[in-house]
Design a protein around this ligand. Structure first.
Ligand SMILES: Cc1ncc(COP(=O)(O)O)c(C=O)c1O
Length: 362
């Protein structure tokens, strides 16, 4: 199968073999070694000089951890949304009692950093900005560095969903002065789902000391205390730690620059090929098009579900569909993690063939 959804992504053979290893004592020295190596790997990719925390959960759990560990019920947040994942982090915050002001842009567009600055100036009660780095539902990457500069200049917290960007595109958390940043193992990290990673800045830890939202499993303080003893507070997904340990060996061999350049080149090829087929990209301004997932409008009159089904059943190509209001209107090609140009060429050859057949029978 050519799995071209934007996560879970295919795992390299070495990672699959590591994932299948026998269980070990999660309070013993062998796991301690793995936890140290995986945390070092995370610190390296996040660009963090303090330890990134790992939770056994999916990306959404990581986002929940980010919210409940830094905010209190009644806190005012600016929820920046450019698609369905921007809406999700807002929902998590309001579920736990935050008061949210929304800055939502048309799906396909990126957020405007200056507008975020203006909204923060207009309301000094806003404590934190919630923002998605890479909006997987529309294939748009926000100008996060510029957004962070606006937030920083006004001394608010910036909480970032980097689930589908980190490890595939640069997101240096300290250099960009971000506060809380979340990613998940099944995206660019070349591992199966099951672990979420959460970076917290010093400012975020200071907020944590005051934060009153309820939390137990996702308590960052407990997780940090355990990490100091090279343990996790609860039984971790040991198998996914094995996967991450091996995935980091591969990432270190390729080098971070190598990983980023590969993603950039494959994404560039994907966009050019899609346009050469006469199809339109969902991102309105290609400058903000994602290097991890390309979202494309189906031509008018196409039976998207039938085409996706044929791609999967007859050609073994699994494309991502549209989410929410984009359901049936777009397809998405994931090109993150363990991906080569050949994988995308093969997927788009199938799209081309199916589209020309559909046109011929129309
Ligand atoms: C940007 C973004 N945020 C959050 C999530 C949610 O992660 P999970 O499905 O692992 O809970 C995803 C997963 O697709 C994502 O792409």
């Amino acid at each position: 199968m050519n799995l071209r959804i934007p996560g879970p992504t295919p795992c390299p053979e070495e990672v699959l073999q590591a994932t299948g290893r026998q269980m070990i004592n999660h309070r013993g020295p062998e796991f301690a070694g793995i936890l140290r190596r995986v945390t070092d790997g995370l610190n390296w990719v996040f660009g963090s000089s303090t330890d990134v925390l790992t939770f056994t959960t999916s990306g959404t759990g990581g986002l929940e951890a980010a919210i409940v560990n830094t905010l209190s019920p009644g806190d005012h947040v600016l929820a920046v949304s450019i698609g369905s994942f921007g809406d999700r982090i807002r929902s998590i915050a309001t579920t736990y009692g935050a008061r949210a002001t929304s800055y939502a842009v048309e799906w396909g567009e990126a957020a405007d950093p200056k507008e975020i600055g203006r909204l923060l100036d207009a309301d000094p009660t806003i404590k934190a900005v919630l923002v998605t780095h890479n909006e997987t539902s529309t294939g748009v990457t926000n100008p996060l560095e510029a957004i962070a500069r606006e937030v920083r200049a006004r001394d608010r917290l910036i909480i970032v969903d980097a689930v589908s960007s980190l490890s595939s595109v640069p997101c240096p958390v300290e250099r960009w002065d971000l506060d809380v940043v979340v990613s998940g193992s099944q995206k660019g990290w070349m591992a199966p789902p099951g672990l979420a990673f959460v970076y917290m800045s010093e400012r975020a830890w200071a907020a944590n000391a005051e934060a009153k939202m309820p939390r137990f499993y996702f308590d960052a303080g407990k997780t940090r205390e355990s990490l100091e003893k090279l343990q996790t507070p609860w039984t971790p997904a040991i198998s996914i730690f094995y996967s991450m340990d091996t995935a980091f060996e591969m990432m270190r061999a390729e080098g971070l620059e190598g990983v980023y350049t590969r993603h950039e080149a494959i994404a560039g090829y994907t966009r050019d090929r899609v346009k050469s087929l006469g199809l339109k990209l969902v991102p309105v301004d290609e400058k903000f098009a994602s290097n991890t997932v390309t979202a494309v409008w189906w031509p008018e009159g196409i039976d998207a579900k039938a085409l996706g089904k044929r791609a999967r059943e007859e050609f073994g190509v699994v494309l991502g569909g549209g989410q929410g209001k984009l359901d049936g209107k777009i397809f998405r090609v994931g090109h993150l993690g363990w991906v080569s140009k050949d994988d995308v060429v093969a997927a788009l050859d199938v799209v081309e063939r199916l589209l020309s057949e559909a046109k011929a029978t129309a």
